[in-house]
Ligand binder design. Sequence first.
Ligand code: CA
Length: 439
Amino acid sequence: MSRPIDTTHDPNLRSWVESANHKDTDFPIQNLPFGVFRPRSSAEPSRIGVAIGDQILDLSLCCQLGLLQELPEQLQAACAAPNLNQLMAMGREATSMLRRHLSQMLRSQEQIPPSADEILVPMSEAELLLPAHIRDYTDFYASIFHATNVGKLFRPDNPLLPNYKYVPIAYHGRASSIVPSDTAIKRPKGQIKKPEAPAPSFQPTQMLDYELEVGFLIGAGNELGLPIPIDYAEEHVFGLCLVNDWSARDIQAWEYQPLGPFLAKSFATTISPWVVTMEALAPFRCPAFERAEGDPLPLPYLSSSDNAKFGAIAITLEVLLCSVQMRTARMEPFLLSRGSFQQMYWTVAQMLTHHSSNGCNLSPGDLLASGTVSGTEKTSQGCLLEMTQRGVQPVKLPTGEIRSFLLDGDEVILRGYCEKDGYARIGFGECRGVVLSAG
Ligand code: CA
């Protein structure tokens, strides 16, 4: 697996888009994540854009104006498509070529195109949509700390099931209810059985939670019946985004056995709009999780020296909350937790390889999510279920309000970024959602 670090990662690169040169922007010229947008409050067709500073480079218009004409025709056509699926299907080589071209075009040494005003759309004036048509969604459970903490709450005597260290555990999620950031989330109703009650009742969830996750969108797919070997796994990943896997814990507790999560999860999943490519993440690769003494090694099909050396990705992840009272008082969102994607027990390559190991086919735009990213400390736990010990130890907000689970009006904000000495900081932008009443 090659993850070349080239001139597109040079920390000294500057862009003629001024806002891309600010030191704390998520979208410097070294990032160049892809998304899909349309001008806010318009009915215009969706188009592909690249985030650069606080602007969006409109790839569709770049195509029309001939700014991408040095690229192969098929790649130009993919840039003018209404979503990223076509570009994803072309595989990593095409994405890399496009990245190099865009990096060159946006550099400060280059002449600013006369059409600069047209091809840039301020992000604040755009509606950010789902990046791809997502046909399938699978949610993993790749943090051993999350699996152990949650296991203790649901099964105190048997927290980590014996398959965990062998199998990257997952369930098949619902693709139809994946929504872009800034979509309001209606509190779901469902069957809830209180421990003391003889039977369940149907009511709004009282234990609404978020889950901080990283998603990866599939690039080139595989044919049905043809598993993807681990050393080729990343050739099939287009890029990463943030995922909030909203969860109704009381519905989940009653329904999850024996077949796993269903309606407790399928009411909504929010993803961040910008897909950070595997190319952009190359400088932030690091060794896979170091298994404890006595842990079994992954089976050979989930094992490779490349994966052990570079399989993980160092992404810092944050969850923030803003209540109605905080918004009214114009307070900043409150940081609930900060964790690292580096600490996952299973890597992206292992999850993808396992997914296809029975011959299951993955398609461009499919979403695979990591599962809740949790660390060893309370301050690095990626959901309220863990942080509050199923509501027993509520968290306190700066207003003095407390939260065991989410209340109506709460806004959950996920953020992610990569930092490393000698490289430009790159970020994922935000994944936001406000909770609405069940109505
Ligand atoms: Ca999840």
